[in-house]
Design a protein around this ligand. Structure first.
Ligand code: 6PG
Length: 226
């Protein structure tokens, strides 16, 4: 069963899903305000399409949902991915680019990002979905899921430390857009977008409390939701 709080869009294939996300992104850029972007591989095409359609991002302040504590030019850097797929392709840069300074280490980067986010309400947040149900860097059962005050925290991981927006930061957004494709996401999508909120599936805890939660999946990722 699908959570009634979610607007589900099922696209025929990953390219069509990227097109659907592109429409929302371009509209968000046109509206302006605070936009947070996801890392991972899935949104890259949507960013490229949005950059092609909308070369002027001057009314936007750009944020990230999460970041790895790596150097700026590391391919695992979410800033690096957005630089390649969006910022490096547009004509007019955002009014501000609020990069998470992962190279400072998790604690310092999270503290700085949290302070920078003070008083900000995100207008549009793009998120991915991991096969384990994680979103941004909110992982199943992690202590970060219990954060109720801070807007950004550090997250220890066995591969690389990360910084993530917290549930209070994400759920205050006006629009949250999840984008996920592929059969390996079908089980996580079923759990994430069902009506039951469960810390074992962090994405199920992410809903825009006073706004829209839009979920764009391709047929393969939506297979268990229909
Ligand atoms: C990241 C994201 C993460 C991602 C999912 C899905 O930087 O990795 O924050 O939450 O969105 O892991 O990643 P894919 O799009 O690569 O499947």
């Amino acid at each position: 069963m699908i959570d009634a709080a979610v607007e589900l869009v099922v696209a025929a294939d990953p390219e069509a899903a990227a097109e659907a996300a592109r429409l929302e992104l371009v509209e968000a850029a046109r509206t302006g305000g605070h936009i947070a972007l996801a890392g991972g591989s899935t949104p890259r095409l949507a960013y490229e399409l949005a950059a092609r359609e909308r070369p002027d991002w001057s009314s936007v302040e750009l944020w990230w949902g999460d970041e790895r504590c790596v150097s700026l030019d590391d391919p695992r850097s979410n800033f690096h991915m957005v630089q390649e797929s969006l910022l490096g392709r547009i004509e007019v840069q955002p009014a501000a680019v609020h990069r998470i300074r992962g190279e400072l280490g998790g604690a310092a980067a999270a503290e700085r990002y949290d302070a920078e986010l003070g008083g900000v309400r995100l207008g549009f947040v793009l998120l991915g979905l991991g096969a384990d149900g994680h979103t941004a860097s909110l992982f199943p059962g992690d202590a970060a899921l219990g954060e109720r005050v801070r807007l950004a925290v550090a997250v220890a991981r066995s591969d690389v430390e990360r910084v993530t927006l917290t549930l209070p930061a994400l759920n205050a957004a006006a629009t949250i857009l999840f984008l996920a494709v592929g059969a390996d996401k079908a089980e996580a999508a079923e759990r994430a977008f069902s009506p039951s909120a469960d810390p074992a599936t962090p994405a199920s805890l992410v809903r825009a409390a006073g706004g829209r939660t839009v979920v764009v999946l391709d047929e393969a990722a939506a297979a268990r939701l229909r």
